[in-house]
Write a new protein. Sequence first.
Length: 420
Amino acid sequence: MEFFRNVNIDWMGKAKYFVTLSLILLAVGWISVYRQVVVKHKTMYGIDFRGGTLVTVRFAGQPPISELRKGLEQAGLKDSTIQGISDTQSVASKNDVLIGLEQSEANGEDSLDVAKQKILDVLHNTFGGAAGKPDFNAASAPDLAAELTRKDPLLLGTNAVDRYNQLAQRLTAARDSEHGGIVTNFDELRNVDGATPAVINALSSDYALGTFAIRDAEVVKPRVSAQLRHQAIFATLYALGGMLVYIAFRFEWVYGAAAVIAVFHDVLITLGFFSLFHYEISLTVIAALLTLVGYSMNDTIVIFDRVRENLRLMKRDSFPDIVNKSINQTLSRTILTSGLTFLTVLVLFLMGGEVLRAFSFAMVVGVVVGTYSSFGIAAPIVVVWNKYHGGRQQRGAPVRAGSAPEKPRRESSRKEVAHV
């Protein structure tokens, strides 16, 4: 399938515009990184890489951010961060709040569990339920089953344990899946199988309905986070180094260097956009960056492979013309592949939820930047190198170092015939 036929765009003539665009994006992005990291002393790392405590809380209504911040400050947690979550695809998750507390190595790893408990204590003290009653929204299925067995609202007698275990499982499942972890009225549970009026009355008398629920609590030790940082950096460098070796072996070293520079350019621009839009770098983001490295490299290799083929077929054309022709010949493939990939990750960004937001954002930016860098950055680098250092490729197939150039036998034979 081809969108374009007989395309004749002078891509190398427009290379300066792509380079200028890249320089602007790099400058804007890394000025933002400098201001965030150096001037404001804020980190771009998520909890995975900086270590600390992260608690996800879901409120029954609009999150009381100011009241929550005041409670954290009174508990001595002034360095904690509060981030609201806006997910248009889930009504319940619009009321989610992320409470983060960074932990330094100097404070010791044991204090992380203490920090987590402090955050939970602040939540319970500030937004706790009725005094003397446990919170149904925080109750586990075993605790709920034990309470129902003790009360025995269904009058089951000796058969109560198994039946109430099953009922407790259904009640907590309905609370978490159908009501987003927050039940505001016990009548919302009447549709649960086995939740008779007697059961609802027993729950309402023994439990209170809190205004929040702990959705997740994550603790990452500083030593572990440092190890994850190093592994992420080495994984990226190993990927780039392996691709450089492969392309240098498959083509020539200048092709590999150009491809790696273009991919490195893609990663730097993506990280700059992360700073501009205030996204944190986590393990999922590293996975997205490694995906983009492979994606962008694949697109570059397709163009370079066509350049190599055309070098054998278009021996009388200049090297920039051969590169232009190669890019134009693969243009339909580039649009099909990149366009469909972009639409997929865009839908993931818009509808994938907050958990995948940073991952999908990296993919959206990386697909766009990685596509144009293949013909706007990598190809011009090869052309410039060829112009000033690699004159062997101006005509004919690429010749590896140490091999003699092919002699123009046909040209000489024609001259001899004409002379005769």
